[in-house]
Design a protein around this ligand. Sequence first.
Ligand code: NI
Length: 169
Amino acid sequence: MIYPIVKFGNPVLEKPSEPVTVFDDELRRLVEDMFESMYAAHGVGLAAPQIGISKRLAVIDVTFKEDPQAQMVLVNPEIIHTEGKHTQNEGCLSIPEFREPVTRPNKATVRAQDVTGKWFEKTGDDLLARAFLHETDHLHGKLYISHLSILKRDLIKRKIRKLIKAGEW
Ligand code: NI
């Protein structure tokens, strides 16, 4: 099932998500639906709040279907280590049409559970590190625009408000 993507302005995107405690068929189904929804929206990462579900759950595929091994499920993820710094254009399916340079660590280690509840650690560089950080931020109710200057952030928010008024958001 393909879920519609929740856009900026919906409060679910700006509140912390609840931990996942049950690892059952329903969770597995939700993860499948999240991958399907992410691909349909042409994204490389999707957090559960972005489909209106306030759970600490995200899916990532930085290769966008090229490498089936690259599919990652992060349940209850925490960033436990970061290194370096890198600035790159970043976007978000919940803030479509906007992209801004964001400075983040270029290496990040995430500790998370898989869909069966098993804990694992994984270190990512470059785009994968960015995806770990961006998606984990989502689960804290934090969007990438919070990493921008207040000036830039307000400009984007003003543009979005205009789009909302025009019924184009
Ligand atoms: Ni996002």
